[in-house]
Design a protein around this ligand. Structure first.
Ligand SMILES: [Cu+2]
Length: 195
């Protein structure tokens, strides 16, 4: 009986009857290949006020890389910067919009914190390892997602309405798209990026 209920539930979920207002889709380059690490987001929700999450976001440094490479957050979110390598790492940004961002240099195990208070695309660098690079995308709404290896994304639980859907990628450009989020179910959007 429980199995029957579960399978019925999953049927409804698959058909989008349970969770309302999702945007699903793919970010592609011309020719159809999926693009990973693109941020797809709703730029503005008229009248929307969003509190930053109580839990911090995390950016790790491991095997001489920032993980994740691209981290979208809601404005006001605090990010914990970790070091899980046996070498010194640093975190700084050459960009103006996050404010003076240089967390110094620290060893494995320490955690440095920074709160991002303005919408901004923040380039994150390490002055010990010039090849290390990451991006923190500070957004005005919590309705965002990063694409996976196949270019897939899902933005969940959006209040129904008409919005402008935007896409950011470190190298590629895409056009804004008008999207209508339904009261129930999902709307499917493919975004094509170009150089
Ligand atoms: Cu480093």
């Amino acid at each position: 009986m429980i199995l029957l209920i579960l399978s019925l539930l999953s049927l409804f979920v698959n058909q989008g009857y349970v969770y309302a207002g999702d945007i699903k889709g793919k970010v592609l380059i011309q020719g159809g290949k999926g693009v990973k690490d693109a941020v797809v987001y709703i730029d503005e929700v008229p009248g929307g006020k969003f509190s930053p999450p109580g839990e911090p976001a995390v950016m790790d440094q491991r095997n001489l890389r920032f993980i994740p490479h691209v981290l979208p957050i809601l404005v006001g979110t605090t990010v914990y910067f970790l070091n899980n390598d046996n070498v010194l790492h640093n975190v700084f940004s050459p960009d103006v919009c996050p404010g003076e961002l240089d967390l110094g240099t620290w060893f494995k195990g320490d955690v440095k914190k920074y709160t991002f208070t303005k919408p901004c695309i923040v380039t994150i660098l390490c002055n010990v390892h010039p090849e290390m690079e990451a991006y923190i995308v500070v957004l005005k709404t919590p309705y965002f997602a990063v694409t996976d290896r196949g270019g897939n994304f899902t933005i969940k639980d959006i209040p129904p309405g008409e919005y402008t859907l935007k896409v950011w990628h470190e190298k590629l450009k895409g056009k804004d798209i008008k999207v209508k989020v339904p009261e129930k179910g999902s709307v499917y959007i493919n975004l094509i990026l170009s150089r």
